[in-house]
Design a protein around this ligand. Structure first.
Ligand code: KIV
Length: 257
């Protein structure tokens, strides 16, 4: 059974687990637990301190994805198409093909609904699997991040975009910061799975930025829960190393040629 079929089959049966990875050492660990490994363009803010994901380039995404690929054995690997790399259907196809060829990923993710439907349709027609992304779209935000699904207009747009993406053939949709009742309704209305981030437990799966949940990246975002504190472990190792070097306890004969 294909990896995408396995994701589709989880709808109404078991939750889909998705996490981000930007390098091999992390993807190797998360691959043991997730259904989808996402090379998110969130790497722009998490690793490079960019003020927006709009600054992330195609080559940055490809280089990080090549590293991630080395650690992914079983999960479905999805790569974000960065800002301005899918402005027309032909540009989208050229860049998506480059991403697939150079990173050997399984699918790409694009932000938006009706506005980018021609691009989504063209990729799918050319046998490139697409993961949709609706709600808060970081590549479109210039100012503050706000939740979506508050006004009648926003709700209508979200509902129709979700149905349109499903009709066009995306295999799942990420719902970012969508108000609980709307995320619940979209999840109920769709045959394909929804993957929530800040969009309630009602979605068919959840995604988070790994660096946030393991406590490697500091953030105050409401939807982030810190599940571990790896900084503590890193610091303990670093402190011991510095102490042993300064007190000449390391290296011993055992570590020397
Ligand atoms: O860029 C990213 O990491 C994402 C997820 C958090 C959904 O798009």
């Amino acid at each position: 059974m294909s990896k995408i079929r396995k994701i589709l089959n989880k709808k109404n049966k078991s939750k889909i687990v998705c996490l981000t990875a930007y390098s091999k050492n992390i993807s190797e660990e998360i691959d043991k637990y997730v259904d989808i490994t996402l090379v998110g363009d969130s790497l722009g803010s998490v690793l490079y301190n960019y003020s927006s994901t709009r600054k992330v380039t195609l080559s940055e995404m490809i280089n990080h994805s090549k590293s991630v690929r080395l650690g992914v054995k079983k999960s479905l690997m999805v790569v974000d198409m960065p800002f301005k790399t899918y402005t027309t259907k032909n540009i989208a196809l050229k860049n998506a093909k480059k991403i697939l060829k150079e990173t050997k990923c399984d699918a790409v993710k694009l932000e938006g609904g009706k506005k980018i439907i021609k691009q989504v349709e063209f990729l799918i027609k050319n046998k490139i699997p697409v993961l949709g992304h609706l709600g808060l779209l970081p590549q479109s935000v210039k100012g503050k991040f706000k939740s979506k699904g508050k006004t009648t207009q926003e709700i209508k747009q979200l509902m129709s975009d979700a149905l349109l993406l499903q009709k066009t053939g995306v295999f799942a949709i990420v719902l970012e910061c969508v108000k609980t009742p709307i995320a619940k309704q979209i999840t109920k209305d769709l045959k394909i799975p929804t993957i929530g981030i800040g969009s309630s437990v009602h979605c068919d799966g959840q995604v988070l930025v790994t660096d946030d949940l393991i406590g490697l990246n500091h953030t105050n975002i409401k939807f982030v829960k810190k599940f571990s504190n790896v900084k503590k472990y890193i610091n303990s190792g670093l402190k011991k190393f510095a102490f042993e070097v300064r007190s000449k306890r390391y290296p011993t004969k055992k570590h020397s040629y």
